[in-house]
Ligand binder design. Structure first.
Ligand SMILES: NC(=O)c1ccc[n+]([C@@H]2O[C@H](COP(=O)([O-])OP(=O)(O)OC[C@H]3O[C@@H](n4cnc5c(N)ncnc54)[C@H](O)[C@@H]3O)[C@@H](O)[C@H]2O)c1
Ligand SMILES: O=c1ccn([C@@H]2O[C@H](COP(=O)(O)OP(=O)(O)O[C@H]3O[C@H](CO)[C@@H](O)[C@H](O)[C@H]3O)[C@@H](O)[C@H]2O)c(=O)[nH]1
Length: 337
């Protein structure tokens, strides 16, 4: 049997770690990425095909020339803040683009997909920690676009026997342990890299009072007024994808499933800043500014269903490990100013 996995978005942050793990576990990998937000040199294994999800001719040729067993679909636009200002971009890329992929898969009788969904589909959750039964009411177009795809996957499973696992990640963090593969976004908007950029700036002689680091909102109803998130190591996300793929092989008739992926523990923005100060040994500063549009106050996973059904558990559950690995990467690859 072919073990070729098509990884869309495999030149991006999480996708590139996935490609490496698949290769290490003996899979053949084909990467499909338009490189608009990814990096060619982040693809360290497999074949890279440059193309857009909307380019169905190109997608068709990928399925014609490779014996694809399943697709791991990471390709998406993924900035909460941007999605509030550019919803058209998000619905077109994340929903229409995904439908192009799904219909090309159907045309080639490939019916197994692991989908990168998100806890942003829950909006401001009705209960904490968040289980898969928590109602999904996204408060930004990004989360809405991912929820729409989850619905498409459910409908495709009923109508076409399409098998899928939607993994609702909480906040991805960390890098390859040895710092050899990391996170490169331009512009970078994620909290952890921005904190580490500030630590690097101060470490290299920058004045701590000229801080570029902003904390968005200090008046949320949380233990210190800043947002709470559940940070999960990127390689723990990747190992869950392999578990999801294996589950689809073993139980082809299960339809469309959904699992939360987190470590069941939340940290405030200020707690993450303190943890970064401790790991880096750098005493840097920050400015408190207004809330960012579209940010729910608190998102913490109950990932027990993934733990039992996928027989998966995070091995880097302590956020300081993620920070240390990211620090290894960013220290060796400081941002260009
Ligand atoms: N980073 C997180 O914390 C997080 C949390 C939850 C879910 N997710 C989801 O995980 C996935 C990966 O996130 P990431 O942080 O690695 O993002 P990323 O931006 O680093 O990677 C996305 C990749 O997809 C590619 N891409 C985007 N649109 C494309 C298109 N139309 N055609 C071809 N390629 C396209 C980009 O070039 C990029 O390489 C996304 O679907 C995101 O929504 C991420
Ligand atoms: O300069 C910054 C950047 C972020 N934050 C805060 O830090 C938290 C985390 O923000 P960020 O790192 O931007 O991640 P999210 O907005 O939570 O979004 C990420 O995590 C989501 C799941 O929660 C995914 O779906 C998205 O793709 C991914 O970008 C939020 O409370 C932000 O308000 C700041 O205070 N200052």
């Amino acid at each position: 049997m072919s073990k070729t996995i098509l990884v869309t978005g495999g030149a991006g942050y999480i996708g590139s770690h996935m490609v490496r793990m698949l290769d290490q576990r003996g899979f053949d990998v084909v990467v499909y990425d338009n490189l608009e937000r990814g990096n060619r040199d982040a693809v360290t294994a497999g074949v890279l095909i440059e193309g857009d999800l909307h380019d169905t001719d190109r997608l068709n040729s990928v399925f014609e020339s490779h014996d694809i067993e399943a697709v791991m679909h990471f390709a998406a636009l993924a900035y909460v803040g941007e999605s509030v200002h550019e919803p058209a971009l998000y619905y077109r890329n994340n929903v229409t683009g995904t439908q192009c992929l799904l219909d090309t898969m159907r045309a080639h009788q490939v019916n197994k997909l692991v989908f990168s969904s998100t806890c942003a589909t829950y909006g401001v959750p009705e209960n904490l920690p968040i289980t898969e039964a928590t109602p999904q009411n996204p408060i930004n177009p990004y989360g809405q676009s991912k929820l729409m795809v989850e619905q498409i996957l459910k409908d495709y499973s009923v109508a076409y026997g399409f098998r899928s696992v939607a993994l609702r990640y909480f906040n991805a963090a960390g890098c390859a342990e040895d710092g050899s593969l990391g996170e490169r976004h331009d512009p970078e908007t994620h909290l952890l890299p921005l904190i580490l950029f500030e630590a690097l700036r101060v470490q290299s002689g920058g004045n701590p009072t000229d801080t570029a680091l902003k904390v968005f909102g200090n008046d949320f109803d949380t233990r210190d007024g800043t947002c709470v998130r559940d940070y999960i190591h990127v390689n723990d996300l990747c190992s869950a994808h392999i578990a999801a793929f294996e589950r689809m092989l073993k139980t082809p008739d299960l339809g469309a499933e959904q699992f939360n992926l987190g470590v069941n523990r939340g940290y405030t923005v200020l707690e993450i800043i303190d943890a970064c100060r401790e790991v880096t040994g750098v005493d840097f500063s920050y400015n408190s500014v207004a809330r960012r549009a579209g940010d729910p106050p608190e998102l913490v996973a109950d990932a027990s269903r993934a733990m039992s059904e996928l027989q998966w558990s995070p091995v880097h559950a302590d956020v300081k490990e993620s920070i240390q690995h990211a620090w290894n990467w960013f220290s060796a690859h400081p941002p260009a100013n």
